[in-house]
Design a binder for this molecule. Structure first.
Ligand SMILES: [Zn+2]
Length: 317
C-alpha cells in the first residue's frame, strides 16, 4: 500500500512577546505506512515556529499616518455690493451677528433673539447708508444663516471693504445692565467684562464641540504687523466717532469704548468694530432694539459716524 500523507497543523496564538505578530500555521507533511496511520496521526508533529522574518520587509515609513479629510470647504459666496456703481466710493460691510442655528443671546423678557435683532439692525443701517448716497454697502448675511467668524471678516477682506461693522446685542445676568458699547481689537482685554464678552462671542465658532474656525492663531501673529496697527487706529477713531454721533439718540454705557480679542475683528487690513447695541437682558434696551423707531435711531447714528469718518480720511489725503 502506498504511503499516506499525514498533515498535522498547529495553529499558534499570537505571542505577547512579539507584538503585532499574527497567528501562524506550521505544516509538517511526511509519508507513513498505512498500518502506522493511526499512531502517526495521534503523535504530536507540530512545533512552534518563531515569528521573526514573518514580514517580507519592514515598512519604509514606520510612523506614516494617512487621514482622509475631504475637500476644503469652498469660500462662501460674496454678497452683492449695493449703492452707486462707483468703485471709488468707500465700501462698508455690515455684519449681523450670529444666525442660523446660533441664536446669540436670548431675552428673558420677550424671548427676542440676538440673531433677529442684529439682522433687523443691519438692514436698517444698510437702508440709511444707501440713502446717504456716499458709500457702498454689503451685508455679510441678509437672511437667517450661520457664518463662522472668519467667513464674516473674510467677506469684508475679499470685497476690500473700507470699514467693517459687526452688530451684536449683549446679555448679562444683572438685568439692570444697559446701554451700548463699541469694541475694537486688542490682544489684551481692557477689563474683565470685555474679556468675558469676547470669550462668549468667539464661541459662535464652536458648534457641537468642533471648532469650525481654524486660523485665529495665525491671525494673532499678524497683530505685530504695522498694517494692523494702522487698521486698529482707524477702528478706534471710528469707535469714538460712533459713540459721539449716536449718543444723542442711543444710550451708551459709561465706558463705551472697550477692547478685547474678538475673532471677528481680526482682519489685518480692514478697520473693524463690534457694536454691542444694548442688552437683551434689560427690559428697556430690548424694547428699544426690537422697535423700528429704535432701529432707525441706531442706523442714523451709524450713518453719521460713517460720513464723518470718510470725510476725515478724504481731508487727510
Ligand atoms: Zn453677539
Amino acid at each position: 500500500m502506498s504511503p499516506l500523507l499525514v498533515l498535522i497543523g498547529l495553529i499558534s496564538a499570537p505571542s505577547a512577546a512579539l507584538p503585532g505578530s499574527a497567528g501562524a500555521i506550521h505544516v509538517d507533511p511526511r509519508p507513513v505506512a498505512a498500518g502506522k496511520f493511526d499512531p502517526a496521526s495521534r503523535a504530536r508533529h507540530g512545533e512552534l515556529q518563531p515569528f521573526t522574518g514573518f514580514r517580507a520587509r519592514r515598512p519604509e515609513k514606520r510612523y506614516s499616518v494617512t487621514v482622509p479629510i475631504g475637500k476644503p470647504k469652498p469660500a462662501v459666496a460674496l454678497p452683492r455690493i449695493e449703492g452707486p456703481a462707483d468703485a471709488r466710493l468707500p465700501l462698508v460691510v455690515i455684519d449681523a451677528g450670529h444666525g442660523g442655528h446660533d441664536p446669540g443671546a436670548v431675552s428673558p423678557h420677550d424671548g427676542s433673539r440676538e440673531k433677529d435683532i442684529t439682522l433687523a439692525l443691519a438692514r436698517a443701517i444698510r437702508k440709511d447708508l444707501l440713502a446717504s448716497g456716499r458709500v457702498r454697502v454689503a451685508l455679510t448675511r441678509a437672511d437667517d444663516r450661520f457664518l463662522v467668524l472668519e467667513e464674516r471678516y473674510g467677506i469684508a477682506r475679499r470685497l476690500k471693504a473700507d470699514l467693517f461693522i459687526s452688530v451684536h446685542a449683549d446679555a448679562a445676568e444683572n438685568q439692570d445692565a444697559s446701554g451700548a458699547s463699541i469694541y475694537t481689537l486688542a490682544e489684551v482685554a481692557s477689563d474683565r467684562e470685555a474679556a468675558r464678552l469676547a470669550a462668549r462671542e468667539n464661541k459662535a465658532n464652536i458648534i457641537n464641540g468642533v471648532d469650525l474656525g481654524a486660523h485665529s492663531g495665525d491671525v494673532s501673529a499678524i497683530l505685530l504687523d504695522l498694517t494692523q496697527r494702522e487698521t486698529m487706529n482707524l477702528a478706534s477713531d471710528f469707535a469714538r466717532l460712533l459713540q459721539r454721533e449716536a449718543s444723542d439718540e442711543v444710550e451708551f454705557r459709561t465706558t463705551a469704548h472697550r477692547f478685547a480679542s474678538f475673532i471677528v475683528l481680526k482682519a489685518p487690513d480692514t478697520p473693524s468694530v463690534l457694536f454691542e447695541t444694548g442688552f437683551v437682558s434689560n427690559k428697556d434696551d430690548v424694547a428699544f432694539l426690537v422697535s423700528p423707531a429704535g432701529q432707525k435711531k441706531i442706523a442714523r447714528g451709524v450713518r453719521e459716524a460713517v460720513q464723518v469718518h470718510f470725510a476725515r480720511q478724504i481731508a487727510e489725503r
